[in-house]
Write a new protein. Structure first.
Length: 228
């Protein structure tokens, strides 16, 4: 196995973050290749670099010698199959099924949070968070659902992570934790503790530190500011 993981900016790229965390946390060796975000035009450097590898023109991308896999969940499932000795998913089949269900919800859902609270690790935007909560009831409803759902899972697991130990599910919810933290969204004490746990998990803390060092300002990813 010779893995290369293509990612976008750590400050912005939630999808890149997820498989990167899994590989870092479980000490799966890989070469990181960052393709910095730009304006994503057809002739942009980003698209010219990514399109020959992935016809969808997106990151993350995992290459394993001649095999190329796109999509964060597909990458994580592939890693779980290739490394069955590592507990990327919970070992109990019932808990594993629940973890996959929760991860799939994160993969395909929470559209209002994605739309209104874009991840921006470097920025702290409490006023924007409050304006969004004030103006978009669908966002409030979605955050309340998320809070209740995760709090229930955390209470059931009796752990600081969703299903006992850190797993793919936690890696998928890590960017969500950073969104809620950056916009200082009020949440329950249970979810607040989970956010703190995630942010101090070694792989997540490493990603955050490296995101803060980027110093890029990508206009299309900065809808609330005109400069840093």
């Amino acid at each position: 196995m010779s893995y290369s993981l293509y990612i976008g900016n750590k400050n912005y790229s939630t999808w890149s973050m997820r498989p990167w965390l899994v590989m870092k946390h479980f000490q799966i060796d890989f070469t990181e290749i960052m393709v910095r975000f730009d304006n994503f035009d057809a002739n942009s450097k980003f698209k010219k670099t990514i399109l020959p590898l992935n016809p969808y023109g997106t990151v993350p991308i995992l290459s394993d010698n001649e095999l190329v896999i796109s999509d964060s969940l597909a990458i994580c499932e592939y890693l779980a199959e290739r490394h069955p000795q590592l507990p990327l998913w919970p070992q109990n089949y019932k808990i594993r099924a629940k973890a996959r269900s929760v991860t799939a919800k994160m993969h395909s859902g929470y559209s209002h949070i994605r739309q209104h609270l874009a991840m921006n690790i470097e920025a702290v935007l409490p006023e924007i968070g409050q304006i969004k909560l004030r103006d978009f009831p669908t966002l409030r409803d979605e955050i309340n659902f998320l809070d209740n759902h995760l709090s229930s899972l955390l209470t059931e697991s009796d752990s600081s992570y969703l299903f006992g130990n850190f797993s793919i599910a936690d890696a998928f919810y890590a960017p969500m934790c950073l969104r809620l933290k950056g916009y200082q969204i009020p949440v329950s004490n249970v979810l607040k503790h989970y956010i703190e746990t995630i942010c101090t998990t070694e792989a997540v803390a490493e990603w955050i530190a490296e995101a803060l060092e980027e110093k890029d300002f990508v206009v299309m990813d900065e809808p609330y500011r005109i400069c840093r």
